[in-house]
Design a protein around this ligand. Structure first.
Ligand code: SF4
Length: 388
């Protein structure tokens, strides 16, 4: 079932131009340059082309938005034969956060004694009527932080305010937020809260595989999430008889991943291959898993554009409810009518492309996003806008 592979083909070759790395930063960039070598990329491309020749279409989903970014930013489509199609998946946490969550966060920001803290990519996501960005311009106390521990520090510095951290992210982010809650308890910080909208990737992949409109031949599995859940986190793929490759985020990682998927499809194999074994281990990061499980319990969660997926979210356990913003402030989520013109739901499932949306580029742009897929650096619409 599980195999691991080494990119033994990698050697350092000068390849000015492809990535345009600044010579001054080359020493520091050593381990990135090696994975952006054009000559090696062309070798992989030739192998893929040879193995895929004469066969039908291969539909591979890259689950994570950072892979989508790599694919378009480095123009990898030009290195692949036409019968290989990459479909962007649901792995952008901002894009799948429901509009009602944004509305609730805006309500919380309006209560006067509250400071909302959030990662920067959430700030422009549109709710039903406004965004955190617009509310901040109106004078609401909304601050961008780089980690949940920054939010905890803000809480310690402002004991008369309630500091709420917007917990948005997948298995990669949740352990760090769990640690902030453990730390808040240890330091007896009583004005720090987390509004959890964390989500889990395997249940979302299962929902996509059960969707009759989506036909896939394999997955490029998310690198960061895999570093936490490990290759074992994808055992469920076996029952769908579909292969998956855990690939790193550099261009050669992705090409190697695609090559391995083509080989698996051709030979009828349906296991998990770990191309990213310089980071990902078979069982993942046990410590991070323990911390996450100590603070959070799986719960049903609504994914923007997809709907409710059983056991795909993380709720703060009762034992730590003092830090749960939802319970402390009685957050009520209101069902919001969706803008039917925005195709984010279909884009997230890989059924439509951003170019199929009539708002794309004309009305919806990174400066004026109409849907979450245009906001984040991992959002498919934003990536197509910038690179395609
Ligand atoms: Fe939604 Fe904008 Fe993408 Fe259209 S282009 S699907 S409105 S985010």
């Amino acid at each position: 079932m599980f195999r691991s592979t080494n990119l033994a083909i990698l050697t350092r070759l000068d390849s000015p131009g492809w990535e345009g790395t600044c010579p001054a930063s080359k020493a520091a960039m050593k381990y990135i340059d090696e994975f952006r070598d054009l000559k090696l990329a062309k070798n992989l491309s030739a192998k893929i082309e040879k193995l895929a020749r004469g066969r039908g279409r291969y539909n591979f989903m890259e689950v994570c938005g950072t892979h989508t970014n790599t694919f378009y930013r480095f123009g990898l489509a030009k290195l692949l034969p036409e019968n290989i199609r990459l479909i962007s998946g649901p792995g952008c946490p901002v894009c799948v956060t429901d509009a009602s969550y944004i509305d609730s966060a805006i309500t919380l920001a309006g209560s006067g004694d509250t400071i909302i803290t959030t990662f920067g990519d959430m700030i422009k996501v549109p709710g039903s009527k406004s965004s955190l960005y617009r509310e901040r311009a109106k004078g609401r106390n909304i601050r961008i932080v780089y980690s949940s521990l920054d939010a905890l520090r803000i809480a310690e510095e402002n004991p008369s305010k309630d500091v709420i951290f917007l917990g948005v992210g997948f298995e990669t982010t949740a352990p760090t937020v769990a640690m902030a809650i453990i730390e808040a308890k240890k330091r007896r910080v009583r004005n720090f809260f987390v509004y959890s909208a964390h989500k889990l990737i395997p249940p979302a992949m299962t929902a996509i595989l059960k969707d009759k409109n989506v036909a896939l031949d394999g997955f490029i599995l998310p690198a960061h999430v895999s570093s936490i859940i490990g290759a074992d986190g994808y055992k469920f793929l076996k029952k769908f008889n579909i292969p998956g490759v855990i690939a790193g985020f550099e261009p050669l990682d992705m090409l190697q991943g695609i090559l391995l998927l083509v080989m698996d499809v051709n030979s009828g194999k349906a296991g998990i291959v770990n191309e990213y074994n310089r980071v990902v281990h078979k069982r993942g990061n046990k410590r991070a898993q323990e911390v996450m499980q100590r603070i959070f319990a799986p719960c049903d969660s609504v994914w923007r554009g997809i709907g409710r997926i059983p056991k795909s979210g993380l709720a703060i356990r009762g034992e730590f409810s003092d830090f749960d913003a939802e319970k402390r402030f009685g957050v009520k989520k209101v069902k919001i009518p969706i803008d039917r013109r925005c195709l984010c739901g279909e884009v997230i499932k890989g059924v439509k492309l951003p170019e199929d949306c009539r708002l794309f580029r004309k009305v919806c742009t990174p400066d004026n996003p109409k849907g979450p897929c245009m906001v984040s650096s991992e959002g498919t619409c934003g990536i197509h806008f910038r690179y395609k």
